[in-house]
Write a protein that binds this ligand. Structure first.
Ligand SMILES: Cc1cc2nc3c(=O)[nH]c(=O)nc-3n(C[C@H](O)[C@H](O)[C@H](O)COP(=O)(O)OP(=O)(O)OC[C@H]3O[C@@H](n4cnc5c(N)ncnc54)[C@H](O)[C@@H]3O)c2cc1C
Length: 396
């Protein structure tokens, strides 16, 4: 297994738990990336439950969202309360801690080996089949199956010559963390909500982080130069409702951590597999951050993969393994296609509001009656983004 993000760490745990030998190679020295997505939808929480990881362990900071709120040109457009008809509320989960728990649990299984801080450099081939990987220091690791869970820039995908069809990238995201006493005022104002603000300076979303403080993602046109740091909080405040604007204007520079610029990359591999090799998670389908889908889809990939791989890997026959990986890809593709299509529709609507000042002004002026109608429509469009395309089960 290559990559200990949500896809690789959860699949490694599931396979190791069923008694299979698993080597997991992770390039990073630890799970503490500065900015990781935190939103887990009911679909991802259900996948964790099927893995036996719910309720979340105490060591994993998490907080359920209370509502989704939308503001246009400083005016409240609508707010929809969680859990919106789903069995559980969307929950903000500290991804680094979740990954550490998955790896710790995998580490308790006898056949599991973690190669942390070691990057994969090459794939090993024999007679047209992938037979393992070579690490950056030259160490070869043989395997009856290589699973590339190495994220959106996947080296395994490139070396396995599995083509990624890249969708046009609608935006870059600048991620900030607001922390310290000044940010606590904003946490209080948020009251557990995920808030989206659209106005003259573009659009940004902010929510209380599971680790304390606030995460703020600001959408920029791809490649656009960001405004200078001294203008950030004034630009945010200019589009914000009055109480939030006051808090943003008094935010000291020292309270703003970041930003990290993340070009949003969205794409889908038509083929996820070739003999001896399978791609999962962002390696097979890089996801947009919109409506928090990528971790959820990665966990659901892992669950389906484990169900098909456990018998095939236990059997050890390469024909059975290759049949299993083809089944996994065909089972997961429809959900990924649909979710990416729904994210694309959300992105188009957001882009329209960002660019059309007249439309924004009209909606803001008529928010009292247009807001409830838009809320109904938005809510109806969220069902599959929240719950996925149906129930998926793990190994029975
Ligand atoms: C700004 C932003 C915000 C997001 N917010 C959310 C959110 O709130 N909710 C949500 O569900 N999704 C969110 N996402 C998407 C989500 O982060 C990804 O879809 C998800 O992390 C994919 O998981 P993964 O396991 O496939 O890959 P990754 O999480 O990318 O993990 C890949 C791992 O592979 C390792 N690796 C890479 N190359 C090698 C190599 N050669 N050798 C060994 N290891 C290697 C990396 O170090 C990494 O640990 C967001 C994405 C972005 C860009």
């Amino acid at each position: 297994m290559v990559g200990a993000g949500p896809a690789g760490a959860s699949l490694a745990l599931l396979l190791a738990r069923s008694g299979l030998p698993v080597d997991l190679v992770e390039a990073a020295l630890n799970s503490n990336r500065l900015f990781r997505g935190e939103g887990l939808m009911p679909s991802g929480l259900a996948a964790l439950a099927a893995m036996g990881l719910m309720p979340l362990p105490a060591a994993v900071p998490h907080r359920p969202l209370k509502a989704w709120s939308f503001f246009l040109d400083r005016q409240s457009l609508f707010e929809v309360a969680e859990p919106m008809g789903s069995p559980v509320a969307c929950t903000l989960v500290d991804q680094g801690s979740l990954l550490r728990e998955l790896l710790a649990e995998a580490g308790r299984q006898p056949g599991f080996r973690l190669f942390q801080g070691r990057a994969v450099r090459d794939l090993l081939h024999l007679d047209g089949r992938i037979t393992g990987v070579r690490l950056a220091d030259g160490t070869p690791l043989e395997a009856s199956l290589v699973v590339g869970c190495d994220g959106r820039d996947s080296l395994v995908r490139q070396q396995g010559q599995l083509d990624l069809e890249v969708a046009p990238s609608p935006l870059d995201v600048l991620w900030f963390r607001l922390r310290g006493p000044a940010a606590e005022g904003i946490v209080g104002w948020l009251e557990g909500r995920f808030v989206t603000v659209v106005g003259a300076a573009g659009s940004y979303a902010l929510f209380p982080s599971s680790r304390g403080g606030v995460q703020l993602g600001w959408a920029l046109a791809p490649g656009a130069a960001p405004p200078t740091p001294d203008a950030w909080s004034d630009l945010w405040a200019g589009d914000a409702p009055a109480p939030l604007a006051r808090l943003l204007r008094t935010l000291p520079d020292t309270a703003v951590q970041g930003p990290v610029r993340l070009p949003v990359r969205v794409g889908l591999c038509r083929r996820w597999q070739r003999p001896g090799l399978l791609l999962l998670g962002d390696a097979a389908h890089p996801m947009s951050p919109l409506r928090a889908q990528g971790i959820n889809m990665a966990l659901r990939d892992a669950l389906v993969a484990a169900r098909h791989l456990e018998p095939a890997l236990a059997d050890g026959d390469s024909g059975a393994i290759d049949a299993a990986i083809a089944t996994i890809a065909s089972e997961r593709l429809p959900e990924i296609r649909r979710i990416q299509q729904l994210q694309e529709e959300e992105a188009r609507r957001a882009d329209l509001l960002r660019r059309r000042h007249g439309l924004r002004a009209l909606l803001a002026r008529t928010a009292r009656w247009s807001g409830p109608l838009l809320a109904l429509r938005w809510r109806a469009g969220q069902r599959q983004l929240r719950d996925g395309l149906g129930r998926i089960t793990g190994a029975d």
